[in-house]
Design a protein around this ligand. Structure first.
Ligand SMILES: [Zn+2]
Length: 70
């Protein structure tokens, strides 16, 4: 679910800094536990083409629940 408020601001991808896991909020599942993430550990990206994501986090995991096989 896309959220409008801080720290999401309508962006689609949520990066969990504490676990180094990337979530797709458009495809969010209960198992993602987005609501349990500490807002200070969340970094948002509007698209995966944003080069900044790979530069900031060259080693990261895609959440198997919302970013599994496409
Ligand atoms: Zn997820």
């Amino acid at each position: 679910m896309i959220r409008k408020q801080y720290p999401f601001f309508y962006k689609r991808y949520a990066y969990d800094l504490s676990k180094n896991v990337l979530h797709d909020l458009k495809n969010e599942k209960d198992e993602c536990k987005i609501n349990e993430m500490d807002e200070e550990d969340i970094e948002m990206y509007s698209s995966l083409n944003e080069g900044s994501l790979m530069l900031d986090h060259p080693v990261h995991t895609k959440c198997p629940h919302c970013m599994g096989e496409e």
